[in-house]
Design a protein around this ligand. Structure first.
Ligand SMILES: Cc1cc2nc3c(=O)[nH]c(=O)nc-3n(C[C@H](O)[C@H](O)[C@H](O)COP(=O)(O)OP(=O)(O)OC[C@H]3O[C@@H](n4cnc5c(N)ncnc54)[C@H](O)[C@@H]3O)c2cc1C
Length: 344
């Protein structure tokens, strides 16, 4: 997909890469696909930018989360969707790991493909479920070889049909153990962890929960991405509690625009305990059909992001659900054509 057209254009701003700064040469590539003609930048080093460096460089980062499709045709469609979103100039993209570790290979393949075909910095989610330490080590080695050095370290959701997490034999019990392992054996890697503004269902004691989050940061986590939330007051309160606990790494706010009625119901199930404000529910129930539900969701998410920006949020992660429309419409509603206009 990469094609050098030889166009002489002003070089766009290149994110900071401490490890390879001197070796980085700016190149601008015109990418021509059915869906996109856009400029992308890549480094000759083959090493991904670290999210912590992007966070240090920019006031706010903007990232897009995708999940690996089940079949190969879906992967091609997703690459087209990602290409579609590139003009929005995300800081990086992120790829999830299926519940129970089910998409391990697909996650790996998609992350490596994104890196090869776009060179946008990419974060791979990695969960402890169902894998021994040795297996996890092997997966991390493969990422190292492929030059992937941003990992979101998670305990993970149990596989379908199971309700509780079971520690694998010779595996990790909590995400904090995985963070410590990565930092010990793969110290060059940048590691993110999950945060839960409305609390995690397995830990009703909210004081204790922040202590567990602090343990992940003390183990070496460089940044936190939060579970989705629909009421920013939950996020601000959580950030204050993080501050009180001495958590100093950036919190990236997880935002998911509601696009269908069923999607909202699924969200309530998946993000167990998510607080769905009555105002949002009323607006969704008034909508004539899903086309209008999407407009309601886009409006709601736009207002959330506008308010987060006014409160100097460090990062916004869009849970795209592998679609480009809602994210593109949110940027338009924010009055900008790409993230560069928002992040400095
Ligand atoms: C941004 C984001 C991305 C996600 N991506 C994925 C994904 O790609 N794949 C996937 O399967 N899931 C994903 N999840 C879901 C996540 O894996 C689940 O919510 C999981 O149940 C918790 O993961 P964790 O990493 O926070 O686990 P942990 O930090 O291990 O916490 C799990 C539970 O144990 C508690 N706990 C932590 N430490 C201790 C301790 N020492 N003693 C007792 N209790 C403790 C915590 O309070 C929490 O209730 C994601 C979640 C978020 C917010």
């Amino acid at each position: 997909m990469k094609k050098d057209t030889g166009h002489s254009l002003p070089a766009p701003e290149l994110p900071h890469c401490r490890t390879a700064e001197k070796r980085v040469k700016r190149r601008i590539y015109r990418l021509s696909t059915d869906v996109l003609t856009s400029f992308i930048i890549f480094t000759e080093s083959g090493i991904s930018m670290l999210v912590k460096d992007l966070l240090a460089r920019h006031k706010t980062t903007f990232s897009f989360e995708f999940f690996p499709p089940r079949e190969d045709a879906g992967a091609d469609r997703l690459i087209a969707t990602i290409a579609n979103l590139m003009p929005l100039a995300p800081s990086y993209v992120s790829v999830t790991y299926g519940a129970g570790g089910t998409t391990r290979h697909r996650t790996h393949d998609l992350v490596v493909r994104i890196k090869k075909e776009t060179d946008i910095p990419v974060v791979s989610h990695l969960t402890c479920v169902g894998s021994s330490k040795q297996e996890m080590h092997g997966i991390l080695e493969k990422y190292r070889e492929a030059g992937i050095c941003n990992i979101l370290a998670l305990r993970g959701d149990p596989p379908k049909g199971m309700t509780d997490f079971v520690q694998p034999e010779d595996g990790f019990d909590h995400a904090a153990d995985l963070v410590a392992y990565i930092k010990k054996h793969f110290p060059e890697m940048c590691v993110g962890v999950a945060g839960f503004p409305e609390g995690h269902p397995a830990t009703p004691n909210r004081l204790q929960e922040i202590d567990y989050l602090k343990a992940k940061v003390d183990a070496g986590a460089d940044f936190i991405v939060t579970q989705l939330f629909f009421d920013n007051r939950d996020f601000y309160d959580y950030c204050e509690r993080c501050e009180l606990a001495g958590i100093q790494v950036p919190n990236i706010a997880g935002i998911m625009p509601v696009t269908t009625r069923n999607g909202l119901i699924r969200t309530a199930e998946l993000a167990g305990g998510a607080h769905i404000p009555a105002r949002l529910l009323k607006a969704v129930s008034r909508a004539e059909n899903d086309e209008y539900v999407e407009k309601v969701g886009i409006h709601w998410a736009t207002e959330q992001i506008r308010d987060l920006l006014d409160h100097d949020v460090r990062g916004v992660q869009f849970f795209t659900l592998n679609c480009s429309t809602a994210t593109q419409e949110i940027y338009k509603s924010l009055g900008v054509s790409n993230s560069r206009q928002l992040r400095n």
